[in-house]
Design a protein around this ligand. Structure first.
Ligand SMILES: [Cu+2]
Length: 148
C-alpha cells in the first residue's frame, strides 16, 4: 500500500516536471521566433515610394503630363540592406530597371511592389521607368538612388 502512494507521488512529480519543461520550451520557442522576426525587420530599412503624375493644360487646351517617382532621390549607405516599397498610384504600369544592377520589375496601379536592394559600391544609380523615359514619353520618370 505504501509503495503505491510513493508511485502516485512519483507519477505526479513526473507530470508536473514535464509540464514545466514543456512550457519553458514553448516560452523559449515563442520568444526565439519573435526575436527572429524583430531582427529581420531591423535588418532591411523600408523606403516607401509612389508613382505620381504632374498634369497641366496649355493655353490652347493641349494636355501635358509627366510621370514621376516620389521621392525623386533616396539615400543609402554602401552595403546597407533596404527594401523599396513602391506603391502604384498614377499610371497603369511602370516597367523599371535600376541602372548598373540586374534589378528590374513592374509597378502596377493599386499594388505595392517590394524590391530588396543592397548596393555595395558608392555612386548614383538611376531608377528608370522604361515607358516614361523622357519628356517625349511623359517623363522623365527617373529617381536617383545615392549610395555613399
Ligand atoms: Cu512610368
Amino acid at each position: 500500500m505504501k509503495l503505491v502512494i510513493i508511485k502516485k507521488r512519483l507519477l505526479w512529480f513526473c507530470i508536473i516536471f514535464m509540464v514545466i519543461i514543456a512550457s519553458a520550451g514553448g516560452w523559449y520557442f515563442i520568444n526565439q521566433e519573435n526575436e527572429a522576426v524583430f531582427k529581420q525587420a531591423e535588418k532591411a530599412r523600408v523606403i516607401h515610394l509612389v508613382t505620381g503624375e504632374f498634369s497641366s493644360e496649355l493655353p490652347d487646351g493641349t494636355k501635358i503630363e509627366s510621370y514621376r517617382w516620389d521621392p525623386g532621390t533616396i539615400f543609402l549607405q554602401a552595403g546597407e540592406k533596404v527594401q523599396l516599397a513602391i506603391q502604384g498610384i498614377n499610371g497603369k504600369e511602370h516597367p523599371f530597371m535600376i541602372e548598373n544592377t540586374n534589378i528590374k520589375g513592374t509597378i502596377k496601379k493599386g499594388e505595392e511592389t517590394t524590391v530588396p536592394l543592397q548596393i555595395n559600391e558608392e555612386g548614383v544609380y538611376r531608377l528608370i521607368c522604361l515607358t516614361h523615359t523622357d519628356n517625349q514619353h511623359e517623363g522623365p520618370m527617373i529617381a536617383y538612388i545615392v549610395v555613399d
